[in-house]
Design a protein around this ligand. Sequence first.
Ligand code: UDX
Length: 486
Amino acid sequence: MRIAVIGSGYVGLVSATCFAEIGHEVISVDNNAAKIAMLERGEVPIHEQFLPGLLDRHRGRRLKFSQSVAEAVEKADAVFICVGTPPSATGEADLSFVEAVASEIASALRGGKVIVEKSTVPVRTCEWLRKSLLLNGAPLGSFSVASNPEFLREGTAVTDFLYPDRIVVGADDELSRTTLQKIYEPLTTGSYYQRESFIPAPEAAPLKARIIITNARSAELIKHAANAFLAMKISFVNTVANIAECVGADITEVCAGVGSDSRIGPRFLNAGIGYGGSCFPKDVQAFQAVANHCGYDFGLLTEVMRINAEQRRVFLKKVRSALWTLRGKKLAALGLAFKGDTDDVRESPAIEIIEALLAEGAKVRAYDPAAIGKTREISELNGLEYAADAYDAMTGADALLILTEWKEFASLDLNRVQKLLKYPIVIDGRNLYERNQMTDVGLIYYSIGRSVAAPKHLTAAAQEPETEVVLPIGGLELPSGARSAA
Ligand code: UDX
């Protein structure tokens, strides 16, 4: 089929490339001339496994680039809208880019084309899209509108696209239903996986994708509800981690036990410094705004966001409790990206933590395998130094902080770490190590949801000085009479 993909950001570029990979003729459009020129030269603007190889394979053949929406729409059977939907000041999704693209599409519409909303949008956007296309002059009957939300994760975007848990198609008419079914046929029948040069499957991926067909409103709601649920899972586990730490339990053991219940599942149960990225923070807010429009106060999501912000403070407290004062301290930070395998620093918890440390007067030297370039563009990080590699970052540092779950940070030479650090202190915001791996080489190890681990001779150096425990007034329900007694 002939496909136009409007917007060459994360979702747009990966979708366009993967549509070409499964056999379609694709035009990928962006209004950023520099980006299109870069893509035409074969340069990839994002760090994503398999993407450079796939671009090489299809660029100039099944995959073309253009700045013209009209040209792409005229040649297409289906037009996917993949432009940004950033949060507005009120937390609602700002749909002005979608609306602007709709008016451009409208003037180029002839014949029966399917316009597909792929960006994450609030429920009922398809209806607005339909209305906007008509108001902008698209002849009635010249188009259908559908929703096909994308669930790809940064870092594994290509395999998420080619081996999806499910493909959701929200279609209110026959043309959009059959067109989208046909587009995804190589994945739903499994024929793509029979080809010689297919991208290999991640472990345990089914070799036939499941397609779920709903109406457009349900598809839109599926996307928001899925992201909000995952964010909730992370905030829930982070709260349990804080309790585990308080009572002397180990959150990794707790999660292994909880996650082995097949109704809960083991994934997305990693405690840490909270979620970040371009999706969860904005989608949770936008979903709450959708609920507000329905007159419903989705207070659960307020708590999800509060816990997520609090988790950054929990980590900072650990740094202070390990090092006492921070002014002038030299800290090594491993990780800048919001998670491993990406160069994306949008809403990165690592960056927020580094900002707070710099504001407290600490000197931070950071390393990230992919995200240094994008971090350099953030002006608030004045004074942050960049290291050539992980070991360079920690040489002579008062402590090592692990902020992003890159695989290479999970396999450091710990003997070397111990020798390079000035004080033997590691504070791990991603729980990448077993506690005894650190103590065996003489390191004091602070992590999330587990008690501090210290080698015998340093046990006293890892203990917090005793402080008076002050219960927050009204924060704890005491039996009647107990409050005055306490
Ligand atoms: C997410 C959704 O997973 C994806 O389906 C949607 O299309 C876009 O948003 P992404 O933002 O790329 O994808 O990253 P994801 O892997 O979901 O991680 C989001 C954040 O949660 C990261 O900061 C990550 O470090 C954090 N996280 C994830 C945890 O803290 N613990 C976990 O167990 C999992």
